[in-house]
Design a protein around this ligand. Structure first.
Ligand SMILES: [Cu+2]
Length: 503
């Protein structure tokens, strides 16, 4: 830092301290927040339930039930069924999830402050485990856990009064608790304030969770739970709504320009705290920690494990917005990435750029179905070169294309071409070793010398490397053999990873 700058900075600090006043905007937010009735438990009991009992409308993510639209406390009946299901955690990767209502996260529950909730928990006869539920919106020991222990094929019932307004996590609390949560046993319950929430154009339900599977990220086939990784807090996946493709491509959240959007965002954990961010948007309002008070004009908000947040924003510019955990390796290497598609007229006065940003969307631009197909074919021993090329084409994007370009042409003097590369054609085996271990020092490709660095990409699994290389060696005028996952596995075993590279 230049000495002159320090002087100016010190003077600025002195001015702030000297006048002892908060900036004006901050003061008005503080005033608004202070005057809000916080609706704590002592003022949240509006007497016994009135009228006919109401069946709660439960929704699967990303949908949110409609507002309760009631001005009196009612008896609300909630029926929730636990099911243990084999679902896709990533394209071509299956995992046994334990679910509240058949989805991860579980069904969204919406009640009004002061309601008496009659909770029925069922455990499907096909379940192998007993389960229960601890709702953070319950006032009472265990949050319902002890009263709701439910063996497979059984059901249990308990009742609570929702004394506090707010957005609350619920989760299973059967031992081993961490494992039940890691398998997807969490969801959200919204306790509306008595006057309801301000109307918005769209409400959506998104929940983050970390997952621990045997093997590498995107390693195909059935993957069991890995207890040691869970204890070490080293997730294989960090996901929104329980699957890598839950909210991407055709399943992206959809809104229009000039609309108000409210997201109910939870974090089931079991281990990680989320730094929740929407790339290209600013939250106009954040009810942090699911509570009553709010902050305005926020870029990234923290969501603790077992916590939630309500964020609101208004859409101006069309395009694809990316929801991430801004602990950014989780977004790009573990799956913590979702999309919000905003449709509408261009607003060049606000933003001139192109509408899709491949830098952020990476290989999710393309469906990864071809990747799963290739894996299935390999398992059945019917994998063709053509299938490998298709899978490789999808994976090349966002993995290699940033440097070698979509066309394989590279960039003069910086990134060597893969298209018609004589260096590549000379030794396809060497290419495996380059992807796994990187490359540096001078190389001569098609007569030009490059002296740069390619980082090791050993975080890719064997299938991914094999399919990408089969694509590269058989596209843009290249022709070569198919590279097999077995060859990659052998090269991985034979060569030493460079220091700092992934396994
Ligand atoms: Cu459970």
């Amino acid at each position: 830092m230049k000495p002159g700058f320090i002087v100016i900075a010190m003077a600025a600090i002195a001015t702030l301290v000297g006048c002892g006043k908060q900036p004006q905007a901050q003061q008005s937010v503080a005033a608004a927040n202070a005057s809000a009735d916080t609706g704590g438990s002592r003022s949240g009991d509006f007497g016994p339930p009135r009228g006919e009992p109401v069946e709660a409308v439960l929704t699967s993510p990303p949908e949110v039930p409609p507002p309760t639209n009631r001005n009196y406390p009612a008896r609300v009946i909630v029926e929730l069924e636990v099911k243990e299901l084999d679902l896709e955690i990533s394209e071509g990767v299956r995992y046994t999830f334990w679910t509240f209502g058949g989805t991860v996260p579980g069904s969204f529950i919406r009640v009004r402050q002061g309601d008496t909730v009659e909770f029925h928990l069922k455990n499907h006869p096909s379940s192998k485990m007993p389960h229960n539920i601890d709702l953070h919106g319950v006032t009472g020991p265990g949050g319902g856990a002890a009263s709701s222990f439910t063996a497979p094929g059984h059901q249990s019932q308990f009742t609570f009064k929702a004394l506090n307004r707010g957005l609350y996590v619920y989760h299973c609390a059967t031992a081993p608790v961490g494992m039940h949560v890691a398998n997807g046993m969490y969801g959200l319950i919204l306790v509306e304030p008595p006057e309801g929430l301000p109307k918005v154009d769209h409400e959506y339900y998104v929940m983050q969770g970390d997952f621990y599977t045997v093997g590498k990220y995107r390693e195909k086939g059935y993957r069991p739970f890995d207890m040691q990784k869970a204890i070490d807090e080293k997730p294989t996946y960090v996901l929104f709504n329980g699957s890598e493709s839950a909210l991407t491509g055709p399943r992206a959240l959809k809104v229009n320009t000039n609309e108000s959007v409210r997201l109910y965002v939870g974090n089931g954990g079991p281990n990680l705290v989320s730094s929740f961010h929407v790339i290209g948007e600013i939250f106009d309002k954040v009810q942090y920690e699911g509570g009553t008070r709010y902050q305005e004009n926020v870029q990234t908000t923290l969501i603790p494990a077992g916590g939630a947040v309500t964020v609101e924003f208004h859409t101006e510019v069309p395009g694809t917005y990316v929801l991430v955990d801004h602990s950014i390796f989780r977004a790009f290497n573990k799956g913590a990435l979702a999309m919000l598609e905003v449709s509408g007229e261009k607003r060049a006065d606000i933003y001139s750029g192109k509408e899709q940003d491949e830098v952020y969307i990476g290989d999710k631009v393309e469906s990864l179905a071809s990747v799963a197909t290739a894996q299935e074919a390999r398992a059945q021993g019917t994998l063709t070169k053509e299938q490998q090329i298709q899978a490789g084409s999808a994976l090349y994007k966002g993995t290699c294309s940033v440097c070698h370009q979509d066309t394989g042409a590279g960039l003069p003097n910086v990134f060597p071409p893969l298209a018609r590369s004589d260096f590549l054609a000379a030794d396809h085996q060497r290419a495996i070793q380059i992807v796994l271990n990187g490359l540096n020092g001078p190389v001569k490709v098609n007569g030009a010398t490059y002296n740069s660095v390619m980082p090791p990409m050993s975080q890719l699994n064997d299938d991914e490397v094999a399919n990408i290389l089969t694509y590269v060696t058989n596209t843009w005028g290249n022709s070569g053999p198919a590279i097999s996952a077995k060859q990659v596995a052998e090269t991985r075993a034979k060569t030493k990873r460079v220091e700092g590279a992934a396994d």
